[in-house]
Design a protein around this ligand. Structure first.
Ligand code: BGC
Ligand code: IFM
Length: 810
């Protein structure tokens, strides 16, 4: 079953039924100001940091779900309704929610009144625009009341949802004409405030929620709206809202537009507030002046569309597979931008108060983003690296606003340091900008402890080799990529959380997954040093990678697949000897991806085992058999019911690792089959089973052991976006940036016999035409560059060449 459809020409997903299985959301904003917006206009906004600077309130556990947002009530005297259906839930004659790139557009009709609402955050602005158009489709004139509504948050979202004894005596607002100011906390001389305004005279307003809703009132039927009035309240303590009331009369065929602006303003340091009690409105009014006319709004929308067209032109594919094309050309890259911006902080499943920016997460997000805006990737790498400790370990998370490591979680996830090498290598391959390696970067966010980024990479590399266990494999620490495999948590007290307290390190538990990662990224580190002429360091890295390679084959191979780990007692995890958890996906994908065991024939064997033991029609499960009971020696993984999350769920993130691994051994059909199974566009018509948005990846799909097999969880913020883009763009379609040029090495399924790819790379445009006439899938028979046959499959980078025409025959 579907709840809408793709419109590729508009780059939109158009939802036609508001009752989607879950709220289906979109993200507005790209730099500092962000909003989440659902298909019914729910969601919230924040500035830079969803925890510390939240503008509007959202209640995650609310029943009914998703009942806070920017809401516009239309009251025609008989009927009260909203263009996004919520919160009145009045049935509409037409409902459409178009989620597009950086905007959402609602198209609705009720009783011959048409409302179009476009919500977006303009480029380089700290505000959300709600551009609303009312049109009378009737033959007689119509009188309407338009009432707007947002509920303000008191900035720190955690305090806001816990410290009621204080907060309910704190709220303050000010109203000047159509401008509503939310000033709570300004007495502490905070440097910021929020405002909500409309470019039109108003007939009334409210800022006190109690008055607006009425006693025991609900947002689906606020007293002010049902009584068709407003109370002109100034909040004083209590809950602060922003609501404008506008009386409108529309002649037949007439339309009127309204520009609502919800903004964040900051005063310059030296003039924080005009005078005690009076906020300086100049910054808000500056912004408002840029959004007074329809033409200004339309221009801002055009700029946003151009911005996305330009970004997405960096990698495009044309081929007979419409679904792959739409994912590659639009949605996968769009999600890569969102994961880059948000890491794991704010979605409809991440409350914005928890994880912040994950170290490993942000490094991986960057792999799918770096080609879009390399300059932003550069800054991100430097920010992340500054949260590394001197011993090479890293804070597991950091706060986006302060960019400081999160002390509550601390460090000790032993895969983290290596992801910094992964991110830096991908940046270097994309840009060739080696100057980044010379940048001075703090350790532990401490200015007195700084060294070059290259030195940070060295510490990452050294961290692994100085934390090896009895088999010469890396110690797992608190966990590796799999947060829930907590092999050193057996000594925790009941009630202590798996990841945040207690011993983080043990001298025995080892990870074969980190071992695979190490082979891959130690080689990258070696290569970077080789290119810099650091011969000693590059040999040190290559030698360590080779040694690890041998350790994996010796003690990390189980006979038909790679072992997952050794636990704190030296027992095997992910072995045929185990009753449960015999085989795990991560080391199969990552070891082969690191080319471990390919020439020895282990790769085929382990990937066949994956297919035999972990495959389902919805994707590859994380491990099998699922743990049926809790195991103290394994930790959180066994706390989930079988089939969910890390306990044998289909963790979408590591499906592309296996698909990449398949391409490395040339099995294009299988690689593509894996790609397709979890790819949202291919499963759009089972939305009633899948439940989350059909235009973006979710973190997890319930595995075969779960009663709701096929149901996805945690859409949007997942490393799946970046890794899938790496898989499809670099391995299946085969356009791989390398340190000194672009490598062309597709591995295609039989059904794709021809395709065109355009890739922008270091200022040059590559037009690549690939033919796969015999369904061979992999291996280049012939390659012509600007009509000349070349040997090999790399086009070495040469400065100042505008474009290349490339013909490839497989
Ligand atoms: C989840 C993991 C997540 C971790 C850290 C666990 O409960 O299962 O997927 O990475 O929490 O937030
Ligand atoms: O690797 C982690 C990631 O950092 C957060 N989400 C879950 C993954 C697997 O545990």
């Amino acid at each position: 079953m579907k709840y809408g459809y793709f419109n590729d020409a508009q780059k939109e997903y158009i939802i036609t039924n508001p009752m989607t299985p879950k709220p289906w959301i979109n993200y507005l904003g790209n730099e500092d100001f962000f909003s989440l917006i659902s298909n019914t206009c729910g969601g919230y906004s924040f500035y830079k940091d969803a925890k510390l600077l939240r503008l509007t309130r959202y209640r995650y556990n609310n029943v009914p779900a998703d009942t806070n947002g920017r809401y516009y009530f239309i009251n025609d005297g008989d009927t009260i309704w909203n263009p996004g259906w919520q919160p009145t839930q009045t049935p509409l004659d037409l409902y459409e929610c178009h989620h597009g790139l950086g905007y959402s557009y609602f198209n609705s009709i009720k009783d011959k009144i048409e409302v179009n609402l476009t919500a977006f955050v303009p480029l380089h602005e700290s505000c959300e625009i709600n551009y609303l158009k009312l049109k009378n489709l009737d033959v007689s004139s119509r009188k309407l009341t338009l009432t707007s509504y947002v509920e303000f948050c008191f900035w720190n979202a955690v305090d806001d949802s816990t410290n009621f004894q204080r907060n309910l005596s704190l709220g303050e607002a000010e109203v000047i004409g159509s401008e509503i100011y939310h000033k709570t906390e300004y007495r502490e001389r905070r440097n910021h405030y929020a405002y909500y305004s409309v470019n039109h005279p108003i007939n009334g307003y409210d800022t006190d929620q109690d008055a607006f809703l009425g006693p025991y009132g609900r947002i689906g039927a606020p007293k002010a709206v049902t009584e068709n009035t407003s109370y002109n309240t100034l909040a004083s303590g209590g809950t602060v809202i922003g609501s404008h009331r506008i009386e409108i009369c529309l002649e037949p065929g007439e339309e009127k537009t309204f520009i609502f602006v919800l903004g964040y303003a900051e005063n310059p340091e030296n003039e924080k507030w005009e005078a005690p009690g009076i906020i300086n409105k100049t910054p808000a009014r500056d912004t408002l002046s840029r959004f007074q006319t329809d033409e200004q709004v339309k221009e801002a929308l055009r700029s946003l569309a151009n911005y996305w067209d330009e970004l997405l032109s960096k990698y495009t594919v044309q081929c007979s597979d419409e679904k792959m094309s739409r994912m590659v050309n639009i949605w996968n890259q769009y999600q890569c931008m969102v994961t880059f911006n948000m890491s794991r902080s704010a979605s409809y499943f991440e409350s914005g108060t928890g994880r912040g920016m994950g170290f490993r997460d942000s490094c991986q997000d960057l792999l799918g983003f770096v080609h879009l805006i390399p300059e932003r990737a550069r800054q991100r790498i430097l920010d992340i690296a500054a949260t590394q400790m001197e011993d090479g370990s890293t804070y597991h998370q950091y706060q986006p606003l302060t960019k400081r490591g999160n002390l509550d979680i601390g460090s000790g996830f032993n895969d983290d340091p290596l992801w910094l090498i992964a991110a830096t290598a991908s940046y270097l391959k994309e840009t060739g900008d080696y100057s980044i390696l010379k940048e001075q970067v703090e350790f532990d966010n401490n200015p007195s402890k700084a060294d070059t980024l290259l030195e940070h990479l060295k510490r990452s590399f050294d961290y692994t080799i100085s934390h090896l266990g009895p088999h010469g494999l890396p110690l797992i620490g608190r966990a590796d990529w799999n947060d829930c495999l907590n092999l050193n948590c057996f000594s925790k007290e009941p009630g202590e959380s798996f990841q945040t307290t207690g011993p983080s390190e043990g001298p025995v538990a080892e990870s074969v997954f980190i071992a695979g990662m190490f082979v891959k990224y130690a080689r990258e580190y070696g290569k970077i040093n080789e290119l810099l002429g650091n011969r000693y360091e590059s040999h040190r890295a290559y030698d360590a990678a080779n040694l690890m390679y041998d350790s994996i084959l010796k003690d990390g191979w189980d006979g038909e697949w790679f072992l997952r780990a050794y636990d704190a007692f030296g027992n095997k995890v992910g072995s045929h000897e185990n009753e449960e958890g015999k085989i795990f996906i991560e080391p199969q994908g990552f070891c082969v991806l690191a080319e471990v065991g390919i020439k020895e024939g282990y790769a085929e064997s382990c990937l066949d085992s994956v297919e035999k033991m972990l495959d389902t029609k919805y994707g590859i499960m994380l491990q099998q058999p699922a743990y049926q009971t809790y195991h103290l020696s394994l930790g959180e993984i066994s706390s989930y019911p079988p089939g969910y999350k890390e306990n044998a769920g289909i963790f979408c993130h590591n499906n592309p690792w296996v698909s990449i691994a398949e391409t490395l051994i040339g099995r294009g059909n299988r690689a593509f089959e894996i790609y397709r199974r979890t790819c949202p566009a291919y499963i759009e018509n089972i939305s009633e089973i899948h439940r989350t948005e059909p235009y973006v990846y979710s973190q997890m799909i319930a595995g075969a052991d779960a009663p709701k097999h096929g149901e996805a969880k945690n859409s949007w913020l997942t490393g799946t976006a970046a890794w899938t883009f790496v898989n499809v763009s670099q391995y299946i379609l085969g356009i791989q940036p390398d340190y000194d040029g672009l490598v062309i090495d597709p591995c295609l399924p039989d059904e794709i016999t021809e395709l065109d790819i355009t890739r922008h790379y270091r200022g040059t445009i590559y037009h690549i035409h690939v033919k796969n006439p015999h369904g061979r899938g992999k291996g280049i028979k012939e390659m012509l560059v600007n009509g000349h046959r070349i040997t090999g499959n790399k086009i070495a980078y040469v400065e100042n060449i505008l474009d290349y025409e490339i013909e490839v025959i497989i």
